[in-house]
Design a protein around this ligand. Sequence first.
Ligand code: UDP
Length: 238
Amino acid sequence: MLLADTKRILLKLSGEVLMGDQQFGIDTDFVAKLAGEVKAAKETGLEICLVIGGGNIFRGMAGAAKGMDRAQADYMGMLATVMNALAMQSALEKLGVETRVQSAIQMDQVCEPVIRRRAERHLEKGRVVIFAAGVGAPYFTTDSGAALRAAEMGCDALFKGTSVDGVYNADPKKDASATRYDTIDYDTVLAENLKVMDASAVALCRDNDIPIVVFSIRERGNLARVLAGDGIQTIVRT
Ligand code: UDP
């Protein structure tokens, strides 16, 4: 096991990974594959909280750059995360994994509101709890939502599944000499402004001593490999 005594994790997937090879939106085949990864992780006995971003559909910053009111654009971004959460819920339930979606913006006809004790009960019953709408406020991101839920739900670690296999000292897509850290501490990430998660999310994890594991979710079976300690990743911790 990568991290000893891990019983409950928060898995954060950026919205972009739901696009698969598309340029926009939700690739249902790829979401089905992601659901398979989550199922396999659950079958190892872990309790799983999920947070999914919305960048494949809408980002508040992009709306603001085009002249929209930022808060209004962020509400749209939060709604995008609910769509992704529902897509993932369907994919997981098709595989026989019981789930509940809890949204930080109340949407009673669609999903539950965030209620910690209820979420706790779902996890006890073996359900995957998908937390949608980030922290429920504009000017935040789903990274902060993930850090918040990880702390609130007492998760042992936050696994951030993205399209790169860890944290590099430079952008590996632009700089061939960029090297990946195996481990790095929170303060270095913050001081060097490394692109792991936004600063408020990293600080929240630091203050609550929650390790962040950054890994690529694009390759099949990678979540299981990383969890087992056989994968490639960067661990951010003290
Ligand atoms: N968002 C927000 N508050 C939150 C979480 C998300 O306003 O607590 C909005 C914000 O506009 C953000 C968008 O939702 O750009 C989508 O989330 P994010 O950018 O974190 O998605 P990801 O990059 O993980 O796909």
